[in-house]
Each structure stands twice: as C-alpha cells, then as structure tokens.
Ligand binder design. Structure first.
Ligand code: OAD
Length: 288
C-alpha cells in the first residue's frame, strides 16, 4: 500500500499541476512481455549486440537465419498475445480525467494506445508499424498480417532465400508519390514513386531516436509538476536523461518499480512494487 505521506502528496499536487509519465518494459511485464534486463529478461536469452543491432542482425541472418527467425517468432508471439494490464488502463483513465498530460514510453508494444491512452510519445518506435527509410511514410501492421508473417517465417526458417521472399512481401518498396517539389519539371506528366524500402519502425542500438518524439518529450517536461517513472531501469540514454532534465527544472519525481533503479536516489518518492498494483491505487487516491 502507498504510504500516507505519498498519498497526501499525490492528492495535493496531482490536480494542481501537469503530470507526465515515463514508462519502460516493467509496465508490460504483467501483460506477459518480459523486460530486457534482470532475471528472465530478453537480453539474458538473446545477445543485444546481435539482436538489437543492425550489423549483428544482418551478419547473423547470413550465417544462421534460423536464429534470427527464432528471435522474431519468440518476440512477436509474446507481443501478439499481450493485452493491456491494470497499470496501462489506470494511466489511460488518468489521461481521460485530465490528470495525466502525456506518456513518454520506451516500449514498442502498443499497449498504452490499446488501453486508450492518446498522447503517447514513443521514443523507441512501435513494433506494429513499418516506416519507409527514404520518405519516412509510416504504415500500421495489423495483428493478423503479423501473425501470418510469423507463421511463414517459421515454415521457412532454414532457407535464407525463402525468408528474404517472405520479408520482402511484408517490408515492400514504398509506393508513396514523390512530391511535386522533388520532381523534375520535365517529369510533370509522370507520377513517380518513392521506391524506398520499408523496415520495422523501431530504434535499434546505436540508432538515433526519432527527433520529433524526443523534442516533444522534453517539451512536456518543461512545464510539468510531477514526473512518474514506471517500470524502467533508467540505464538507457537518452531516455534516462529525461528525469535528470526534469529534476533540474524542479519537477518532482515519483518512481514505481519493483526494485531500486539507477536513478532511485534522485527521486522524491519511491514506491517499490508492481505497477499493476500501484497505478490503480494512485487512481483510487485521486478519485476519493
Ligand atoms: P529494463 O528491462 O531495463 O527495466 C525494466 C524495469 O522494470 C526494471 O527496473 C524492473 O525492476 C522493473 N519491473 C519489472 N517488472 C515490474 C512490474 N511489474 N512493475 C514495476 N516495475 C517492474 O527495461 P527498460 O528500462 O524499458 O531499448 O529498458 C530501456 C530500453 O532498453 C528498452 O526500450 C530497450 C532496451 O534495450 C532498445 O531496444 C532501444
């Protein structure tokens, strides 16, 4: 249960000023998606230098395509089965009640949106979206289509050629019309298409974050009163720099995590426990 002191603080401050929440893998743990670090974490089974890194993925695909397929199948099977849990739902209600202004998330699982949250800033992309690497057009991948892809990958897991055929079907070339300003005057009568290749719209290790999302995240923190830190180890930058930025501006930090994190000492209040228990409790405190 949340201590009396924290309850009082939540009651007094949450309705006065802007509240923003930064989430990480821990909030989705109880939806059946493992976290990255720690016991049972994804990086325990899969080396991130291979599976979260473009060069690692490409070179392993050349030598052991079945390993890459096993990783994709494992990961997507969990994502496709997952549903928002009480922690995601509580945040969505807090937004509906105009108490929470925005969620900044490092998660790619789409569970905040599925819970009903609207203002979700995705720092690391979304596994249910593909984006053209040239013109940046984004397309949502429906669940059924992803399930179909996973099945085809499984069937063809040992043949690189067959796998490439499957992948090119789900990651096609972009047919967006090239805008008039980029078109040569002599080509006016022809419609040209972008032709760039789509890829998953997620951020891998070493890649830069979507800059509009990152600057939007900083903007949200500029005038906020409280930043909730939920289910994130706060060891991956630049996401982990957001609480530091907020703290410098006098924002109060409240952490909800099942254990201490890299930035726990910086927090004004720490709630050690499961997000799916404590976020609904916060909601209850505010409603009573
Ligand atoms: P981590 O796996 O590093 O941390 C998850 C945190 O959630 C840990 O601090 C756990 O203690 C906590 N936790 C676990 N279950 C919880 C629960 N039920 N309630 C509350 N807390 C719980 O995940 P992130 O911090 O999200 O990036 O990792 C950040 C980034 O590292 C990810 O977005 C990903 C990864 O590499 C990329 O791949 C680019």
């Amino acid at each position: 249960m949340i201590s009396k002191e924290v309850r009082k603080y939540i009651k007094d401050s949450f309705k006065k000023g802007k509240v923003v929440c930064l989430t990480g893998a821990g909030i989705s743990a109880e939806s059946g998606i493992p976290t990255f670090r720690g016991k049972g974490g994804l990086w325990e089974k899969y080396d991130p230098e291979i599976y979260a890194n473009t060069e690692g993925l490409v070179s392993t695909f050349r030598t052991h395509p079945d390993n890459i397929v096993d990783f994709i199948v494992d990961f997507y099977s969990l994502l496709l089965k997952a549903h928002p849990n009480p922690a995601h739902l509580a945040l969505a209600v807090l937004e509906k009640e105009s108490i929470l202004s925005a969620i900044i998330t490092q998660n790619i699982d789409n569970l905040h949106q599925r819970a009903g949250s609207r203002n979700v800033i995705e720092l690391h992309g979304n596994a249910f979206r593909i984006r053209c690497m040239q013109c940046l057009k984004a397309i949502t991948l429906e669940k059924d289509r992803l399930k179909e892809m996973v099945e085809l990958l499984k069937i063809n897991r040992t043949s690189r050629i067959k796998l490439l055929k499957v992948l090119s079907r789900y990651f096609p070339r972009c047919n967006a019309e090239v805008s008039a300003c980029r078109r040569d005057a002599s080509e006016d009568s022809h419609i040209r298409h972008c032709g760039g290749r789509y890829r998953l719209d997620i951020v891998l290790f070493g890649e830069i974050l979507p800059q509009d999302e990152l600057s939007n995240a900083y903007k949200q923190l500029d005038d906020c009163e409280v930043l909730l830190l939920v289910g994130t180890s706060l060891v991956v930058y630049p996401a982990a720099s957001l609480p530091l930025y907020a703290k410098e501006r006098g924002v109060k930090l409240i952490e909800i995590n099942s254990e201490e994190t890299a930035l726990s000492d910086l927090c004004d209040y720490k709630i050690i426990g499961r997000a799916s228990e404590f976020l609904p409790e916060i909601l209850g405190v505010l409603k009573n």
